[in-house]
Design a binder for this molecule. Structure first.
Ligand code: SAH
Length: 213
C-alpha cells in the first residue's frame, strides 16, 4: 500500500484547511493526518483525494467530504476506548478515522461488493474494526449498547432500534432528510429521554432498507 511525502504534504494542507473551518479537535486532525485517504477512493481520483470534496467510490456510492467526516466525528466527542457503531461503512475512511482515535468500531454496510472490498482494504492497512454486512436500520442488538452511533447516509427518520442501542449518556449523530439532510445530534439522557439539536444542512446518499444480495 503506497503512501508518500507528496501525499503527506497534501494531507497537512487538508488538515490546515479543516482547522480554518472550525474543526478544532486535535485528535481528529491527527487522525486525518494519518489515514491515507487516496487509498479509499476510486482509481484515477487519487490526485483529488486531499481536496475537501466528496468523491465516487464503488457501487454508485460516495466517500464523504473530509469536512463532513471531521464535523460528524467532532460532534460524537470520541474518547479512547469508546464503543462506536457506524452505519454505512462505504469506503471505510470514516471507520479508519475512528479506529485511529482509539475507538472500538463496529460498522455495517448493506452493499455486498463494497463490504468485501472495504474489508480487504482495512485489513491491508492494519485497521481492525468489526465489519458487518447487513441492514443498518436494525443496528447490532447483540453488541449493544454503544457509547456513540454515527450514521453516514441520509436517513428519512431516526431508526428506533438505534435509539435503543445507544448507552445512556451516549451520543448519536445522524443526517435526517430526503433530498438534503439536517445534521441531528441526539443525546440520550434516560431510557426514553433524548435531547435533540440541529447542526446545519448536508447532502448524503440515502440510507436504504435491507441489504443487497
Ligand atoms: N462512511 C462512508 C460513507 C459512505 S456513503 C465513507 O467514509 O466512505 C454511505 C454508505 O451507506 C454507502 O456505502 C451505502 O451503501 C451505505 N448504506 C446505505 N443504507 C444502508 C443501510 N441501511 N445499512 C448499512 N449501510 C447502508
Amino acid at each position: 500500500m503506497e503512501d508518500s511525502y507528496v501525499y503527506k504534504g497534501l494531507r497537512k494542507k487538508l488538515v490546515d484547511e479543516l482547522s480554518s473551518k472550525n474543526i478544532f479537535s486535535k485528535e481528529i486532525l491527527d487522525a486525518i493526518m494519518k489515514v491515507p485517504r487516496h487509498l479509499f477512493i476510486a482509481k484515477g481520483f487519487e490526485q483529488l483525494a486531499y481536496k475537501d470534496k466528496a468523491m465516487p467510490i464503488e457501487a454508485g456510492q460516495t466517500i464523504s467530504q473530509p469536512y463532513t467526516v471531521a464535523f460528524q466525528t467532532q460532534m460524537l466527542n470520541i474518547k479512547q476506548g469508546d464503543k462506536v457503531l457506524e452505519i454505512g461503512t462505504g469506503s471505510g475512511y470514516q471507520t479508519a478515522i475512528l479506529v485511529e482515535m482509539g475507538a472500538k468500531v463496529f460498522s455495517i454496510e448493506r452493499q455486498k461488493e463494497l463490504f468485501n472490498s472495504t474489508f480487504l482494504l482495512l485489513n491491508n492497512l492494519n485497521y481492525h474494526p468489526q465489519l458487518f454486512y447487513g441492514d443498518g436500520y436494525l443496528g447490532l442488538p447483540t453488541y449493544s449498547p454503544f457509547d456513540k452511533i454515527i450514521i453516514t447516509a441520509g436517513a428519512p427518520f431516526i431508526p428506533e432500534p438505534l435509539k435503543k442501542q445507544l448507552n445512556i449518556g451516549g451520543r448519536m449523530v445522524i443526517p435526517v432528510g430526503e433530498k438534503s439532510q439536517k445534521m441531528i445530534l441526539l443525546e440520550k439522557k434516560g431510557e426514553n429521554n433524548f435531547d435533540i439539536t440541529e447542526h446545519g444542512i448536508f447532502k448524503f446518499v440515502p440510507l436504504i432498507k435491507g441489504k443487497t444480495q
